[in-house]
Design a protein around this ligand. Structure first.
Ligand SMILES: *Cc1c(COP(=O)(O)O)cnc(C)c1O
Length: 333
């Protein structure tokens, strides 16, 4: 693999820190570290920034003048995409899906949505369950009709181009850990639209790094999530010249902690958010990283990581906390 073969716009703050979490680790009874991809630096940061370096690289190479993307109302991906567009003078048009069904004023107006408006995107809302691929195409068509040149980014930035960002993260993490003489036994991450998980799988496979990756799902059931990650990892491996290196056993998702559904917060998530905040001063998000942390806490209590050093990839999203004040605040009293 040779990532310099792919167009890339540089704006992420890299490498992100790799830090110990001694107090949270002690609470869980494991040797816990965190890879701080919440610190990628773009308008609050998060995992979408790494993907966007490659996506923007391609958009600029194609001469696009408008980014088009979609996400749930409190999408971190949408926030980071609009910010990336702003950095390069591109207009951004987004479609927000009312996926959780919440009409609460904080969910609809604060957190990421407020930042989307500040960053200056054209926003269109559609009801939950809408065909988001068709909606993306409709917006792209309207951009073309007025003479613009759209670059369509799928939800979460999860295609083979975006996944290159996490191929690079896999490389960065291994180089960093080797430089610290830090042996990693397992990498844990939230997994949603699959680009993060798939890029990591493809990156480790290409580098012949056999660190197992555990993805905690936030939406789809396990068979579907693993299939999505596997297919994207296969395609990404092929793109980087590592075809045949990824096999099905490398893809493991635990989707038992989704709870009531995508973007819906339960007491376990709130407990996880509070534990990280109160032991390490670390802010996780209610939709992704907090849900994954809920899973990590429960699995650690069941002895799943005995004698292991675990690195938790912090994918960001704390800006979304402000979209959940009405849910979180009563539970914190
Ligand atoms: C998008 C997102 C994820 C999931 O990453 P995918 O690449 O979509 O699987 C995890 N955490 C946060 C904070 C996110 O915004």
């Amino acid at each position: 693999m040779h990532l310099a073969r792919f167009p890339r716009a540089r704006f992420a703050h890299l490498p992100t820190p790799l830090e110990p979490l001694p107090r949270l680790g002690a609470a869980l009874g494991i040797d816990l570290w965190v890879k701080r991809d919440d610190c990628t630096g773009l308008a609050g940061g998060g995992n979408k920034t790494r993907k966007l370096e490659f996506l923007l690289g391609e958009a600029l190479a194609q001469g696009a003048d408008t980014l088009v993307t979609q996400g749930a109302v409190q999408s971190n991906h949408v926030r980071q995409t609009i910010a990336a567009g702003a950095r390069f003078g591109l207009r951004t048009e987004v479609i927000l899906e009312e996926r959780t069904g919440s009409k609460a004023s904080d969910y609809m107006g604060n957190g990421n949505v407020l930042l989307d408006k500040l960053l200056g995107a054209a926003i269109r809302y559609v009801p939950g369950g809408a065909d988001m691929v068709a909606e993306l195409e409709a917006t792209a068509d309207s951009v073309r009709q007025r003479g613009g040149k759209p670059y369509v980014i799928p939800g979460g930035g999860s295609n083979t181009v975006g996944a290159l960002g996490y191929v690079d993260c896999a490389r960065e993490l291994v180089v960093q850990a080797d430089g610290m003489d830090l042996k990693i036994d397992r990498l844990v991450t939230a997994t949603g639209s699959a680009g993060t998980h798939a890029g990591l799988v493809a990156g480790f496979a290409a580098l012949s790094v056999d660190i197992p990756i555990l993805g905690f799902g936030v939406r789809a059931p396990k068979p579907k999530q693993e299939e999505n990650v596997f297919n994207l990892a296969l395609a990404t491996a092929e793109k980087i010249g590592a075809a045949g290196r990824v096999n099905r056993e490398m893809v493991v998702a635990d989707c038992d902690y989704v709870g009531e559904g995508y973007g819906l917060v339960d007491q376990g998530v709130i407990d996880a958010l509070a534990l990280a905040a109160r032991t390490e001063g670390l802010l996780f998000d209610p939709v992704y990283s907090g849900k994954a942390l809920k899973g990590l806490i429960d699995q650690a209590a069941k002895g799943a990581f005995k004698n292991e050093r675990v690195v938790f990839l912090h994918t960001g999203g704390a800006q979304g906390l402000f979209g959940y004040q009405s849910v979180l605040e009563p539970a914190l009293r």
